[in-house]
Design a protein around this ligand. Sequence first.
Ligand code: NDP
Length: 255
Amino acid sequence: MDWSRVYPYGVQAVLVSAPLIFAALFWITAPYGRHSNGRSRAWGPSLNPKVAWVLMESPSVFWFAYVFWSGPYRNAAASLVLFALWQLHYCQRTFVYPALLKPNATPMPLNVALLGFFYNCINASLNAAAIAHIRAYDASWFVDPRFAIGVAVFFLGMGINLHSDHILRNLRKPGETGYKIPHGGMYKYLSAPNYFGEILEWCGWAIATWSGAGLSFAVFTVANLAPRAIKHHQWYQQKFPNYPRNRKALIPGLL
Ligand code: NDP
C-alpha cells in the first residue's frame, strides 16, 4: 500500500472524528471497568480482561512494526529511536499490563475490545507511516529541540501513567472486588492521573515526531480519556462521601 497517499486523509479523518467522539463520550460511557453497570450485554459477551487487552492493543505492536518496516525511511537513525519509543509503550500495554492485572479485574465487553482494536489499527498505520514513509528522521533530528522536549514529555507521562496504574492495581487485596480511594503519587491531585500520564505521553510523541499523525493521536487521546476521567471523578465523589475535596479530575489545579 502507498501509505504516503492514504496518510493525509487518515490524519484528517481522525482529527475530524475526535471532537465528535469527545462529545459522544459525555452521553455514552464506554461500558468497561466501574462503568459496566449491567450495560455490557448490549456490547456483546464479556471477555476476560487480560485477553481483551492483548487483543485490543496487539495491532499497535505488530501492525505498527509491519508498516514501519515496509517504509523507505525505516533505517533513518531518529526514525528507529521513535520506533523504539512507541514499542516500549505498546509492548508494556499489550503484554505486561494484562499480565499484571489482578484476576478479579472486571471483564470487558467484546465490542469495546473490537472498537479499540479497530482504532489501534488506524492509529498504528498512521503513526508508523509518519516515521517511516512520510519523512526520514535522520541523525540531525536528535539535536532538534522538538525531539528532546518531546522525548522528555513522553517519559514524564509514561512514568506518571505506570506509577498510577501500579497504585490502582494494588488497591485490592487477593480475592477482593470493589473500589477504594487511591492515594499516593499524582492521586494527591487527580482522580485519573493514569489518563493524565497517557495524554502527556502522546503529547510528547506529537512533539517528538512533529507529525500530523502524532497530533491526531494526542488530540484523540484527549477526546477519549477526558470525558472518562470526568466520569471517574464524579463517580468517586458520589460513591465516597469522604473523597478528597481538593482533587481534580484530569489536570492538576484546573479540571
Ligand atoms: P482504570 O483506571 O479505569 O482501571 C485500571 C485498573 O485498575 C483496572 O483493573 C481497574 O479495575 C482497577 N481500578 C481502577 N480504579 C480502582 C479503584 N478505585 N479501586 C480498585 N481498583 C481500581 O483504567 P482503564 O482500564 O480505563 O485504562 C487502563 C490503562 O490503559 C491506563 O493506563 C490508561 O491510560 C490506558 N488507556 C489508554 C487509552 C488511550 O486512548 N490511549 C484508552 C483507554 C485506556 P476494574 O477493571 O475492575 O475497574
